[in-house]
Design a binder for this molecule. Structure first.
Ligand SMILES: Nc1ncnc2c1ncn2[C@@H]1O[C@H](COP(=O)(O)OP(=O)(O)O)[C@@H](O)[C@H]1O
Ligand SMILES: [Mg+2]
Length: 322
């Protein structure tokens, strides 16, 4: 999978894609059991207390160092997450050691017990509120989520509909800067449930921004499978498309702490617009559209135009204060 722009970190830990000679301990995967996989790599259990996240070859030493730096900052700021123990190398790949979370991801909890969906949505919403009320210090210099979405526009929508792209850019430019955090990749395979507490992992998109960006990412992950059988399983989350959509709906109610349909519609429309920007960016990652992806993009553009008849700003926070 292609990488997305990493964004900036003020005190970038290293300026090289390779470690200093001798800086990185070489380890072996002999006897290690695979326990998970994600967008960047494969995760193995390493002894009784650690996991080893082995990054796909496209990830450089600097990428791994950056993810560890972000998860350490998150930990220091009080966001519940796994403790990180540094970088190792495995031949031509790099790995990161983390504390083993001896519990299940929310994706697994939902797949095993769909009747608990409302409870899991509430737990995830509580974690989102914790992250979104965490304020970074100026010196922390997290990337700005607005830049990630601007990049989605430049690399995706702007290549097929300039006018619509300009309108979306205007909406993002009209948003306030904030030092409050968002996770940046907030889905149920990146959240663990430990007893009654949720913990977030996979911190490499931790950034500052209005929570609408988080909700836009959630729209991207949970509002999918259109045109497919709703009972089919989403291969990434391991949950059916129908349950993914129900989860998103319940999550929004818990997160916004409202049952007011007009308010829910307003925020859901904004999130859908951002989710569509990310979808179109993904289709363009191959470098060009195929006949199939072109027709998907065309459908998304029609959807976005309808959304823009109702959406005239994006922030969730500023709206709430009206
Ligand atoms: N600290 C951990 N303890 C236990 N399992 C983990 C831990 N970190 C990751 N995993 C498992 O590995 C999967 C992928 O990890 P993740 O860090 O999200 O990788 P990626 O960046 O490739 O998405 C998770 O969904 C989870 O199942
Ligand atoms: Mg992940």
């Amino acid at each position: 999978m292609d990488k997305e722009p990493a964004g900036s970190l003020c005190s970038e830990p290293s300026d090289s894609d390779k470690p200093m000679p001798g800086k990185c301990r070489e380890v072996s995967l002999d006897g290690c059991r695979k326990i998970g996989s994600g967008q960047k790599g494969t995760v193995y259990r390493y002894g009784n207390e650690l996991i080893l996240k082995v990054y796909d070859i496209i990830n450089t030493y600097r990428d791994v160092e950056r993810e560890i730096a972000l998860s350490r900052r998150a930990f220091v700021l009080g966001i519940p997450t796994a403790i990180s123990f540094g970088i190792v190398s495995l031949g031509d790949r790099y790995g990161a050691m983390y504390e083993l979370l001896g519990s299940e991801t929310l994706s697994a909890c939902i797949a095993n017990n769909p009747s608990g969906l409302d409870y899991y949505a509430g737990v995830m919403a509580k974690l989102a509120r914790t992250i979104h009320s965490t304020e970074a210090k100026e010196k922390d210099c997290f990337p700005d989520a607005r830049d990630r979405f601007r990049a989605y526009i430049t690399n995706g929508l702007a290549r097929c509909d300039r006018e619509l792209a300009d309108r979306c850019c205007e909406l993002i430019d009209g948003m306030q800067a904030t030092r409050f955090l968002i996770h940046g990749d907030f889905h149920t395979s990146n959240v663990f449930l430990h007893k009654t507490e949720a913990l977030a992992i996979d911190m490499d998109r931790l950034s500052t921004g209005d929570p609408i960006f988080e909700l836009g990412d959630m729209n991207y992950y949970f509002d999918k499978g259109k045109g497919k059988d709703p009972e089919d399983t989403d291969p990434y989350l391991g949950i059916s498309y129908r349950i993914c959509r129900e989860f998103l709906n319940l999550f929004m109610r818990h997160y916004l702490q409202t049952q007011d349909e007009a308010r829910l519609r307003e925020v859901t429309d904004r999130a859908a617009l951002l989710g569509d920007l990310r979808r179109i960016n993904r289709y363009w990652k191959a470098g060009a559209l195929t006949e199939e992806t072109q027709s998907k993009v065309d459908r998304l553009i029609v959807e976005m135009k309808k959304l823009l008849e109702r959406v005239d700003s994006l922030d969730v926070i500023r709206q709430k204060q009206k």
